[in-house]
Design a protein around this ligand. Structure first.
Ligand code: 173
Length: 320
């Protein structure tokens, strides 16, 4: 072959994958939860699957956890487009919009919210107030609990200092607690130094951060429903090529559809806590019922106050 022809051919062959690559979009993801948390490990497995199936279409680049962007700044980073996707719970980005924390009051499932208008409403609010697309909820069916190092015999937290996020604020304050907001990454040290007498946290993921070493009691029953989701900068989402956007929607929904996983995981985690020597504090049935009802009442009251516009609309699709 003549050199010129050979060069032209080689260029044509090289151009094929280049064209395919030109279509491929890479998005950047950060986690508001510490990298050593099981949540993140599970999400990275999902990212690996996405990247394998998304060759030539979409790739996700995991930037890191709170060392990259602090826990309570992830929402802002997604809103402004500093990063494309955030892995976070709503309680961590109430600085973007108070509605974010209302998702903890979900009694209907994410699957039900996809059908009852909830998913559309959430996306209307997230777009309008947060410049975000709510891609999927990937933690649910998970109650929060109060964990303590001092024993109580009734729902009275007077004189106790409790670590919170917005999730627990009004409820714990209604029981007389002094509260202190911290990111998950700071709880271990606060416990170790005796700065706090307890903390709010889901039934699971205590062991990820070694808190079992510094925790004596879990108060039962649990309350609310932990929500962790994937949120995306709206401009970035809208700007994706249609094929990439549809692929991402499908993959995110596939992740959400695995949420039943948490039911068995949570049962195993409760058992593991007992085996680690964490004792449960329980109340008589009437007190336990009143405790859960109070959480709910206080939660919705705060939600309506924080968002007179969307609180009532959210209640219609989240509450049973
Ligand atoms: O306690 C927390 O940090 C918190 O608000 C939360 C919310 C969802 C899942 C895990 C933790």
């Amino acid at each position: 072959m003549r050199t010129a022809v050979r060069i032209a051919l080689a260029a044509a062959v090289a151009a094929v994958p280049m064209l395919a690559r030109a279509q491929e979009v890479t998005v950047r993801l950060v986690s508001a939860f510490p990298e050593n948390q099981f949540y993140v490990k599970r999400t990275l497995e999902w990212v690996e699957k996405v990247n394998k199936e998304g060759k030539g279409v979409l790739q996700i680049n995991f930037i890191g956890g709170p060392k990259a962007i602090p826990t309570f700044e992830v929402g802002k980073a997604v809103q402004s487009g500093v990063v494309d996707i955030g892995f976070s719970t709503g309680a961590f980005y109430t600085n973007v919009m108070p509605e974010a924390d209302i998702l903890k009051l979900s009694e209907t499932s994410a699957a039900e919210q996809r059908k009852n208008g909830g998913y559309e409403l959430i996306n209307k609010i997230w777009a309008e107030k947060g410049n975000m697309r709510y891609l999927a909820k990937v933690v649910e069916f998970t109650p929060f609990h109060l964990y303590l190092n001092k024993k109580i015999d009734k729902p009275d937290l007077t004189g106790l200092k409790i670590r919170i996020t917005p999730v627990y604020r009004e409820f714990f304050q209604s029981m007389g607690a002094a509260v202190m907001t911290t990111a998950p990454g700071e709880v271990y040290t606060a416990l170790e130094r005796g700065v706090i007498d307890g903390y709010g946290w889901p039934i699971h993921a205590l062991f990820d951060l070694n808190w079992q070493e510094k925790t004596k009691y879990r108060v039962d029953p649990g309350f609310y429903n932990a929500e962790v989701g994937l949120i995306m900068n709206l401009d970035k989402y809208k700007g994706l090529p249609a094929k990439a956007r549809q692929f991402l929607d499908r993959e995110a929904l596939g992740y959400e559809k695995q949420n039943d996983f948490w039911k068995s995981y949570n049962a195993a985690e409760a058992k593991r806590q007992a085996e680690a020597g964490i004792q449960t504090i329980t109340f008589d049935p009437a007190t336990a019922k009143a405790y859960v009802e109070k959480a709910k009442e206080v939660g919705w009251e705060a939600a309506f106050k924080a968002s007179p516009q969307y609180g009532p609309q959210l209640k219609k699709v989240l509450a049973r």
